[in-house]
Design a protein around this ligand. Structure first.
Ligand code: AMP
Length: 377
């Protein structure tokens, strides 16, 4: 799905292409159309979910052709808890804002540095990104007025309230016009955030993005310690003995994927491999069969498996471990769903032992290890 189908302009799509934003992240899919529609949004999402672009892009679009530049009056205010986040969000606004037909000026202001250059830079700013304390100083110095604000964003609201900014945030809110769009983003929904949400948001669209790491608790993970030459028999044993259905088996190369699928078939198990050397038509047909449940086992590499658009898989087997812990989490994450938790099994050779320890450490969870010597296959 391209960004343009969410309502963003072709000129923004061009910048997104350059920035390698290939398709919208889940939070962007939901937030962008709602923000374009001028709705209030409550986004529960952590850094890394793509939350910044989920509000930056539609805010820029909404300003296009609509900005009235009035000196020292801003259209959009983004409140953030830290100087680092102010700078980071400012950069995202500049990256996308600089490419638009109508130039939109954004500025990040924060404490810990001299106020004078910031007061001078406040000329003709449309979007102000600020930490609360410094913003109040600027208001008190008549360097900025907030009575023309159309959209307010509270980013990392939980952190802002944790850091004791509550009074300052309340003070800032009192300077804003009553009629405006409110967007609140927070990693968690605690009592403090809840209170602010109650006074701030009007019938908001609520978006909750669970990180892949959160889903991990829902997955039944196990690992078999096994010698390379015993992987094939162990795989067949598990599929037959546990009567596994719709199993996605991961290998690290196309060659290996073919090899594993062939051996399974020779032993009477319905399996196919997909990889880059197969024709588009045959890949499509294999996927169709796997999705519909006609094909029991699909063997694939990470690259090809990304295109497998199945929301929930009952079982994933790592015939070979991926190199990065992130890929491991991504692979097994496909089985973690609250209603119906899935099963993730990994084959660990003596050479993999150390690497698997690192994966478990990164994931923050220990996986039960079963010695295949004790399994009767
Ligand atoms: P954030 O959660 O806003 O801190 O974003 C996390 C990272 O994801 C940033 O480095 C963004 O540049 C990047 N990012 C955000 N949206 C996308 C997307 N749709 N495609 C690729 N990268 C993205």
């Amino acid at each position: 799905m391209p960004f343009t189908s969410l309502g963003l302009s072709p000129s923004l799509q061009k910048v997104l292409d350059i920035a390698h934003y290939k398709k919208p992240y889940p939070i962007q899919k939901e937030a962008i159309p709602a923000i374009l529609n001028r709705e209030d949004v409550l986004g529960i999402a952590k850094t890394g979910s793509g939350k910044t672009a989920s509000y930056v892009l539609p805010i820029l679009m909404n300003l296009q052709g609509n900005v009235v530049t009035k000196n020292r009056h801003v259209n959009v205010l983004v409140l953030v808890p830290t100087r680092e986040l102010a700078i980071q969000v400012g950069e995202v606004f500049q990256l996308f804002g600089n490419q638009l037909p109508q130039r939109i000026k954004s500025l990040a202001v924060f404490g810990g540095v001299s106020i004078n250059p910031q007061m001078i830079a406040m000329q003709n700013v449309h979007i102000l990104i600020a930490t609360p304390g410094r913003l109040i100083e600027l208001i008190e110095n008549n360097a900025v007025h907030l009575d023309t604000i159309e959209t307010l964003v509270l980013d990392e609201a939980d952190k802002m309230l944790n850091l004791g900014f509550r009074e300052e945030v309340d003070k800032i809110l009192s300077f804003l016009p009553k009629k405006r769009q409110n967007l609140l983003f927070s990693a968690t929904l605690n009592e403090d955030v809840n209170k602010v949400e109650q006074v701030l948001l009007h019938n908001p669209l609520v978006i909750k993005i669970a990180s892949e790491n959160e889903n991990i608790d829902l997955i039944d993970q196990s690992a078999y310690f096994v010698k390379e030459e015993n992987k094939g028999p162990l795989l067949r044993y598990l599929i037959n003995n546990d009567n596994l259905k719709q199993v996605l088996v991961f290998t690290s190369s196309s060659y290996k994927a073919d090899n594993v699928a062939n051996k399974l078939r020779k032993n009477g198990i319905d399996a196919s491999a997909i990889h880059g050397k197969k024709s588009q038509g045959s890949r499509k047909e294999t996927l169709r069969k796997f999705k519909s449940g006609e094909l029991n086992v699909l063997v694939a590499t990470d690259l090809l498996a990304r295109g497998i658009d199945i929301a929930f898989l009952p079982c994933v087997i790592n015939y070979e471990l991926p190199r990065s812990p992130k890929d491991y989490i991504h692979r097994i994450g496909r089985t973690g769903r609250a209603e119906n938790p899935g099963n993730a099994i990994s084959f660990i050779t003596p050479e993999d032992k150390h690497h698997f320890k690192i994966i478990q450490k990164k994931m923050g969870k220990r996986v039960t290890m079963i010695d295949s010597k004790n399994v009767d296959f």
